[in-house]
Design a protein around this ligand. Structure first.
Ligand SMILES: NC(=O)c1ccc[n+]([C@@H]2O[C@H](COP(=O)([O-])OP(=O)(O)OC[C@H]3O[C@@H](n4cnc5c(N)ncnc54)[C@H](OP(=O)(O)O)[C@@H]3O)[C@@H](O)[C@H]2O)c1
Length: 231
């Protein structure tokens, strides 16, 4: 079934997930603060990507729209914005447009100003919860933030069985997100529902270990596999 999806975010994650979801047949737009300004950028935002206009030339059918337009388009909204600015991004969309919609939140609330990124808050709060509190009529599901952008959309890059998590207060939203995850290649039996949106804390707090593992192993093509005793 074709889903109208708004991917908020023009960085490497937003681009990767938007292309993959469009390939899967979904009706996808990418949201940015100012489309003209984003298209006019002549240098990349960071060393991992080319500038947006250059990338867009290879993706001629991908539509770049403002955040409010993207919010109006999407039945399901993917949060691939800078975590420190995600609330600001959603505030510009407005709570009316987000009411009843699923927000697939994969962002990490990172301070990237130092030599290595660190979480802006943890333990007693999470970005997932902040988005849910700020937009109580939206249905927030935290997922995908425990792997790299490439693994998000191509879990087969990591051999063997490995795990993905969903956290959120709305069961129907978690089912819809799990369906999307299976389309991306995540086997349904490897998607673990870890509970309400409060469980987003654990998913976000895994980030420092993910960064350490990528540094230690020299690759981002990695993930954790939850091993359990037979019930
Ligand atoms: N890279 C990975 O492998 C990975 C893995 C797990 C999770 N994540 C998370 O995925 C998210 C996206 O990561 P990324 O590396 O693709 O991009 P990013 O550099 O973290 O974020 C880029 C996006 O954030 C938006 N943004 C920046 N400041 C803003 C503000 N003040 N108000 C509204 N929007 C603002 C930008 O908007 P404009 O388009 O308007 O410039 C752009 O679309 C992040 O939260 C990151 O932590 C990344």
């Amino acid at each position: 079934m074709t889903v109208k999806i708004a991917v908020m975010g023009t960085g490497m994650v937003g681009r990767a997930i938007a292309v993959r979801l469009a390939q899967l047949g979904h009706d996808v737009v990418i949201g940015t603060r100012d489309p003209q300004q984003t298209l006019a950028r002549t240098s990349p935002e960071d060393s991992r990507t080319e500038c947006y206009a250059e990338w867009q030339r290879g993706q001629p059918s991908m539509r770049l729209v403002s955040l409010p337009e993207a919010g109006a388009h999407g039945e399901l909204v993917v949060n691939a914005t800078l975590g420190a600015s995600s609330l600001e991004a959603f505030q510009s969309v407005g709570s009316t447009k987000l009411a009843g919609k699923i927000i697939l939140d994969l962002a990490l609330p990172l301070d990237r100003s130092g030599t290595s990124p660190r979480l802006l808050f943890a333990l007693t709060d999470s970005l997932g919860e902040q988005i849910q509190r700020s937009f109580p009529e939206a249905r927030v599901v935290k997922t995908l933030c425990t792997v790299s952008a490439k693994v998000m959309i191509e879990p087969g890059r990591v051999p063997g069985r490995h795990s993905m998590f969903v956290a959120g207060d709305d069961k129907g939203a978690k089912q819809a997100v799990t369906q999307l995850l299976t389309e991306l290649g995540w086997p349904a039996q490897e998607v673990i529902d870890v509970g309400g949106i409060e469980a987003a804390r654990g998913l976000e707090m895994y980030a420092p270990l993910l960064f350490a593992l990528a540094g230690a192993l020299g690759t981002w093509d990695l993930n954790i596999a939850v091993v359990r005793a037979a019930a």
